[in-house]
Design a binder for this molecule. Structure first.
Ligand SMILES: *Cc1c(COP(=O)(O)O)cnc(C)c1O
Length: 360
């Protein structure tokens, strides 16, 4: 029996997509082999690749000013690739907003390849909020401004797109990409690991504005040089062939559903019933100020570690799995990505109410 999986990543995948992947796993179309067995340079695989590239461009409304790269190494490798590709010895300056653990890691990594500054942080408020536009200490000479739109660990989201003038916006969208429409034209670079909303782990999507493909710092490994990767259509070396194919299936599923507007409406509805239940409860407390609450990762706790542990254990027994919060943070986290169905969140809400009654 399939459970409802609230994991933060690798995360739930749409059941219909898994079923389709299974049906074409051994023999894909008329090609007589699995997608996993195809040469990435073969005609049959290139047809898949081109279809996926067209799909993501259509779904996210990405213009020809951008190149979409399909890479490996996770969002974490892009923490290094971003400063390697965008900083130069002449301009090693970059602004970073620190609103959670991944943006902090990105900043730490950038220090190895340039001189990044912290333009804003909510660390003193335990990352329970997002700095607003007037709190950003912007350097107009920075090569870019980096932020993480949805903070997977803490469960917060930027409720606006920062205005940075001519300074390109670089955004880690790992845990919110494809959850709703975004105006790609506002960004210089968007990157995301696949294992939250796009498919299995092993694929990282990087959407780069073409004028930023100027070449990287000399010490950059070729396999991290966006310009080379763009020129080679992400096939400088072997890409995550199956991951790219799987992303295509997820995009087909999204389009059948009605695209990102429709997806956003479902996600809003899921988040609303969960936050409503938590707000109505006297046992559970949410961790993020309402204006900055993520609709992808919902964090909450009882205030008692024993009770939290009991909640997680009993939820698991009820088929609601992976609700334990991030290791350093404790409490609970329900990741309700695109693939977690509305019914799963309804079940979780019922469980929350029942647990409170039984343990009050
Ligand atoms: C999961 C996640 C990462 C790390 O991704 P990896 O693929 O493990 O490198 C980075 N940033 C955000 C926002 C994430 O959610």
């Amino acid at each position: 029996m399939r459970v409802y999986n609230f994991a933060a990543g690798p995360a739930a995948l749409p059941e219909a997509v898994l079923a389709r992947a299974a049906s074409e796993l051994v023999e894909y179309g008329q090609d007589g082999m699995s997608v996993m067995e195809m040469s990435h340079r073969s005609k049959m695989y290139l047809a898949i690749y081109e279809k996926v590239d067209a799909s993501i461009r259509r779904v996210m409304n990405i213009s020809d000013d951008y190149k979409v790269l399909y890479l490996q190494g996770g969002a974490t490798l892009q923490f290094s690739a971003v400063p390697m590709n965008l900083l130069t010895p002449e301009n090693p300056a970059a602004d970073y907003a620190i609103t959670g653990n991944f943006s902090k890691k990105a900043f730490q990594e950038a220090k190895k390849y340039g001189s990044p500054r912290i333009a804003a942080t909510s660390q003193e408020q335990n990352f329970s909020r997002i700095p607003q536009q007037d709190e950003l200490a912007l350097d107009p000479k920075a090569a870019y401004f980096h932020y993480c739109m949805n903070n997977t660990v803490y469960g917060s989201v930027w409720n606006y797109i920062p205005e940075t003038g001519d300074v390109p916006l670089v955004c880690d969208m790992s845990s919110c990409i494809l959850s709703g429409p975004v105006d790609v034209s506002k960004f210089g670079v968007i990157y995301a690991g696949a294992q939250k909303n796009m498919g299995p782990s092993g694929l990282t999507v990087v959407i780069v504005r073409k004028d930023l493909l100027k070449g990287s710092q000399p010490f950059t490994p070729t396999v991290m040089d966006w310009k080379t990767l763009a020129e080679k259509d992400s096939m400088y070396n072997t890409p995550s062939c199956y991951g790219i194919y799987f992303l295509g299936l997820v995009l087909d599923w999204l389009e059948d559903l009605g695209g990102l507007e429709a997806m956003k409406a479902i996600n809003d509805k899921k988040a609303a019933i969960l936050y409503d239940a938590l707000d109505a409860s006297s046992m559970f407390k949410t961790m993020i100020e309402p204006a900055y609450r993520s609709i992808m990762n919902v964090t909450f706790r009882t205030g008692s570690e024993e009770l939290d542990a009991k909640f997680v254990k009993e939820a698991t027994a009820a088929g609601l799995v992976n609700l334990k919060g991030y290791r350093d943070l404790g409490g609970m986290r329900a990741s309700i990505y695109n693939a977690v169905p509305y019914e799963g969140v309804v079940k979780l809400v019922e469980f929350i109410k029942k647990f409170e009654q039984e343990n009050a």
